[in-house]
Design a binder for this molecule. Structure first.
Ligand SMILES: Cc1cc2nc3c(=O)[nH]c(=O)nc-3n(C[C@H](O)[C@H](O)[C@H](O)COP(=O)(O)O)c2cc1C
Length: 213
């Protein structure tokens, strides 16, 4: 039993974020913070983010995935289209992304609409992955019940014999693009008076406002 959680209390004091200092483009603002997170060497994987989806059952569902690229069109990640997140996105193509870089006392929240990447983009990324990861992606019915670990190992063995090289990308594996409609940049401050800057897309323009902590 872990006791006294209420005594775990951190102060956030490292940086500040003022509306007059942020970039007019949320993509550039994200790029600035993302580069700091990567170059700081403080994180095992600064590309990891929480992806939340919600299907027709109206029950939100969250998991970590890895950001593989981003540009002004959106943020790209790769997964199994038949997984729980894939099924959720089929039913409701909206998602929320959340990065938390704790040692920088920063959080970035992004929400937007989601579309599958083209087969060519998915092929290109799939073919750039290590052989074992490609075989693993073919073998795994991600998010379906696995009765015995042996079933997965046997399938991996078969697939390696079938495809000693160049395993093909399965049709149900590929990338998604999250096209943002809002961003929020959160910088931890002293006494919980955190800085929050929100960007909202309105008629192709990004409107920027400060939020109460
Ligand atoms: C650090 C980390 C990185 C991950 N990266 C991915 C990823 O890029 N793509 C993916 O499909 N799952 C990734 N996962 C696994 C997912 O969190 C999740 O278990 C899996 O995608 C199944 O999710 P679902 O059942 O909600 O669809 C990662 C997990 C962790 C902890």
């Amino acid at each position: 039993m872990i006791e006294n959680l209420s005594e775990i209390r951190q102060e956030y004091t490292k940086f500040s974020l003022d509306i007059k200092d942020v970039n007019s483009s949320p993509f550039h603002q994200f790029k600035d913070w993302f580069q700091v997170a990567i170059k700081s060497d403080l994180f095992y994987d600064p590309t990891a983010f929480n992806l939340s989806t919600c299907g027709l059952d109206m029950m939100p569902s969250s998991r970590i995935v890895l950001l593989k690229s981003f540009d002004e069109n959106g943020f790209q990640f790769f997964t199994n289209y038949s997984s729980e997140k894939g099924n959720n996105l089929e039913e409701n193509p909206n998602a929320s992304m959340l990065f938390y870089w704790d040692k920088l006392e920063r959080q970035v929240r992004i929400s937007g609409s989601v579309e599958k990447l083209s087969a060519i983009d998915s092929d290109n990324y799939f073919n750039s992955r290590p052989y074992e990861s490609r075989i693993g992606a073919i073998a795994s019915n991600q998010s379906s019940p696995l009765i015995s670990k042996h079933n997965l190992e046997a399938r991996l063995f078969e697939l390696k014999a079938l495809y000693p090289e160049n395993p093909p990308r399965p049709e149900n594996w590929g990338g998604y693009n999250v096209k943002p409609i809002s961003f929020e940049f959160w910088q931890g401050r002293e006494s919980r008076l955190h800085d929050r800057i929100k960007y909202r897309l309105n008629n192709h323009n990004w409107e920027i406002e400060r939020l109460y902590p």
